[in-house]
Design a binder for this molecule. Structure first.
Ligand code: PFF
Length: 453
């Protein structure tokens, strides 16, 4: 079976941007920014993207292009000893992340439908009404059905393959996201509250950074990895479908630039809406954006249309990310076991759906999976890969990066040293903090939940 490749360079770049831009940019970024102090966090986050995210993205790219294999096969080909098994971690992480990512994405589809059928005024009546609406969407039959619908869309795209599935889909979806987002930001600019919102978002207070660096640093590092889809082999897999030798550093620069620009623009959308409704960013967690934004959409002019467009855009962004995760899993089954693409996609889709079902029953399972995958597995995967490429396979990595670029001289060496020390240290510290946080969750919130059964 000949391995498929991307038809065009644009196709590969858009697929990677589609993967990077998702719930992480739109749902997670604003509330993390809100929780961590607004502009202060933004500054640290931008620094981390450039210093840590960009080199780490190149690491995944060289591994994928060199081996032309899924993450499990890639690590088995390159690594010896225990390194051979790191790829399995990526597959397990992808499986878990996709299961709840799909449930949350389903909520956005449901809110899009609510915009079309009823509008958001009901949830503006009182905070309780908005909460109640979110509750009815987040768990129960609705949640289950929209989780299923979302997985059907993901499977359909992956079953159609690299060129006629992923590449066609992202060529429509990514431009749509960008156009809708810029339109929404322009609308946000017209709101009276925009000046206050921009001030909050754009004038960094260095005092805030100095006071809160212990929570800002890990939050910024975690967000940088999550938003660039690093730590679970997505970028290894996408780079494995590169047929020709291109300048990977240039491609990575474009991808990082677009993902970051989109996250920053999301702030220009979400914060004016929140301030317009008299709300403070970052007050709540996962459900907050639904509760507070629907309240905002009920207040502002043309809020129903704007809201519907907003939720649909997030649904599209989530879809272009979710397909990248299913592709990691499917490529593993196809490469290693010779399973055909369609049964691989369908079988995995069913399995992921089943794993996500508990989340639709009780949101405690969202925290249980999200915290574990996000702050432990993803970071652990990124750490092991950075250690492996930086310290064990650095010659091969540098050689691979130079293909398509030419002799990098000292820059290649600099890249390896950035991966060896700053990337490893930042990721290791994040992992430590992630483990502490998860232990707290298990012994406190989760223990309380179990005790209440
Ligand atoms: N980068 C995606 C986002 O920001 O929503 C999420 C994601 C996709 C994380 C794929 C990890 C991943 F492997």
């Amino acid at each position: 079976m000949v391995r498929e490749t991307w038809a065009t360079r644009v196709g590969f770049i858009l697929a990677a941007v589609g993967s990077a831009v998702g719930l992480g940019n739109i749902w997670r970024f604003p509330f993390i920014t809100g929780q961590e102090g607004g502009s202060a966090f933004l500054l640290v986050y931008l620094a981390f993207i450039a210093l840590i995210g960009f080199p780490a993205l190149l690491v995944e790219f060289v591994v994928g292009r060199r081996t032309e294999l899924n993450p499990v096969g890639a690590l088995q080909e390159l690594g010896s000893g225990a390194w051979r098994y790191v790829g399995y971690l990526f597959v397990v992480t992808g499986f878990i992340i996709l299961s709840y990512y799909s449930v949350v994405a389903g909520w956005f589809l449901r809110y899009t439908v609510i915009g079309v059928t009823d509008g958001y005024t009901a949830s503006a009546a009182s905070p309780d009404a908005a909460e109640a609406l979110f509750g009815s969407v987040a768990t129960g039959l609705d949640s289950l059905l929209f989780h299923a619908l979302f997985m059907v869309l993901v499977v359909a795209i992956i079953a159609a393959g690299i060129r006629s599935g992923i590449e066609v889909a992202v060529k429509v979806m990514v431009p749509a996201i960008i156009v809708l987002l810029i339109g929404l930001a322009a609308y946000g600019f017209t709101l009276d509250a925009s000046a206050e919102a921009y001030a909050y978002y754009l004038s960094p207070d260095f005092g805030v950074i100095a006071e809160n660096w212990t929570s800002i640093l890990p939050a910024a590092a975690g967000q940088a990895f999550f938003t660039l889809s690093l730590g679970m082999g997505v970028m290894i897999t996408y780079a494995s479908y590169l047929g020709e030798d291109r300048n990977l550093a240039e491609d990575a620069g474009i991808i990082v630039g677009l993902d970051t620009a989109i996250a920053v623009i999301v702030g220009f959308v979400v914060f004016p809406f929140l301030f317009a409704a008299g709300l403070t960013p970052g007050d709540g967690g996962a459900g907050e954006i639904f509760v507070s934004l629907t309240a905002a959409f009920a207040e502002i002019p043309a809020g129903r249309v704007i809201g519907t467009v907003f939720f649909a855009m997030v649904g599209i962004a989530a879809l272009s990310s979710a397909i990248s995760i299913l592709e990691v899993l499917a490529s593993y089954l196809m490469d290693e076991f010779g399973v055909d693409r369609v049964p691989a996609a369908a079988g995995l889709g069913v399995a992921v759906f089943v794993l996500g079902v508990p989340v639709t029953v009780d949101l405690v399972f969202l925290d249980l999976l999200d915290l574990f995958a996000d702050s432990i597995l993803l970071v652990l995967g990124a750490l092991l890969l950075a250690l492996f490429v930086g310290w064990v396979a650095s010659d091969a990595a540098r050689e691979e990066l130079e293909i398509g670029i030419g002799d990098l001289g000292g820059l290649g060496e600099a890249w390896i040293w950035v991966v060896r020390i700053p990337v490893v240290v930042v990721v290791a510290v994040s992992l430590y903090l992630g483990v502490v946080e998860y232990a707290e969750f298990l012994t406190e919130d989760f223990a309380d939940w179990l005790a209440a059964r």
